[in-house]
Design a protein around this ligand. Sequence first.
Ligand code: ADP
Length: 542
Amino acid sequence: MKNEFEQLFELSIDMLSIVDYNGVFLRVNEAWANTLGYAVDEIIGQHYERFVYSGDLEFTQHIAEEFATSKQQIQFENRYVNKDGGVRWLSWTAIRNDELQRIFCVTRDVTEAKQTQLQLLLRNQAIEASPTSVVIADLRAPDMPLIYVNPAFERITGYSADEAIGRNCRFLQGDDRDQPGIIAIRAAIKERRAVTVVLRNYRKDGRMFYNELNVAPIYNDGVVTHYVGIASDVTKRVLAEEKVQSQNQELVIANYHLAMAQQNAQMASEQIQQQNAALLQANEELAQARREAEQATRLKSQFLATISHELRTPLNAIIGYTEIQLAGMTGELNEEQHDYQERVLVNAEHLLRLINDILDISKIESGRLDILHHPFYLRHWLDEVVAQTKGLAEAKSLNFIVSLDERLPNILVGDEARIKQVVINLLSNAIKFTDGGFVKLLVRKHGADAWRLMVEDSGIGIPSHMQETIFEEFRQVDSSSQRKQGGTGLGLSIVRKLTLMMGGNVRVQSQLGHGSTFTVVLPLDEPSTQEREAFVKGQSDD
Ligand code: ADP
């Protein structure tokens, strides 16, 4: 029958052993054997060194020596190797009995505790080394104070652990309390769940940073006791996002403007189309009006041509019979009768000129006047012009000067009569508006392909503002009824129209009170050899 101590020895879940002073196991209990996987007999009689992990052997020997020489009781930890090669951490309490020369040992397998401890150490180190801020708040204490902050927290916020621990972490928000993230955290804590939010937090120096914070509950036996917060500074990311967002917004606005611009452009284009249509319509109406006006002008001109012809016939009769009477062919007229008849003649001739002018104008306007292209002798043409005008000039005692450029060919091609009409018109005006001095007709070569007719006078001149308008129909410098000189106001208009029809032009230079010079430039058209020969032959046959 085992004694009480024997029974206790066997029952103990702690490892119990008795070792002699040489270090040899004399007794071990079942717990001992089980922990290392041996049978009790395999241990008894063995030296402890056989089981010690090689890395701890030196340390263990040192302890044993120290124990043997000085201490009565000792506590230490070392590692043993079990039967299948695994290593176990053992925690020893040994007591020496010098009387019995025995060592009594109580040993515990602390492998699990050691491992947990190690892991805790590692985790702690990891948290301490982590670049993200880690904090732990105690949910059980009033106002949930921080009980731990890691160095990253200190770095990011600028607050030391001493300054932070014991305070609720809301001090990081400063006065900026009204943030959606804070409401979300409160709700999550209330419901004991985890949440991730971005908060505007403030460093100790007052600078704002965006803090992305994940808070998660820590359960202990099914009860939340702490909250752990993991946070990182995401200022750069948030600013970048904000920038992208504002750029997006700008883009949206730009798009809107673009759309508006397109709409405007569309509207403008529609308006332009409408205006174009209106313009087209207006053009069409204008063209119609012009056709109608042209038609009206043609009809007017035709009417004038007809009426002029009808007027000319009786007028020629009046002139004819008056001349007969003035010539005394119907008997001698007394002075008074002669005087009256002369007035009849002058007025009738004036009327005839007027009618002829109107006829010419209307012919030109209705396009019924043709310009001829026939050869003529220039000298002969000039002689006729002089014959018709010289008398008028001499009647007013004017110096009548005519000069012909020798370089001009003797035969030209053109409308001899119309050129004559142009020059006679200009000469009649020159004589009419000159009371003393001279009237000149200069016929000159003008460049290689033209010739010019210059009618110069020392008469009353034309004010500069009238120098263009006198070429218009019925325009006269003095249109009052008291004007000295008679006239229709059609002469210069005919001159210009004829000149243009002949491919030339006319202009005037004048100085009021000193005289005027009208210059007509016409293209120089010479006959071909054949034309010339035919013309010369025809002339000599006459
Ligand atoms: P009119 O029958 O009145 O002479 P014209 O058409 O020949 O009509 O001339 C128009 C006007 O031009 C004249 O009334 C006159 O006022 C002015 N004019 C024409 N030639 C001369 C000139 N040589 N000297 C001054 N005025 C002139």
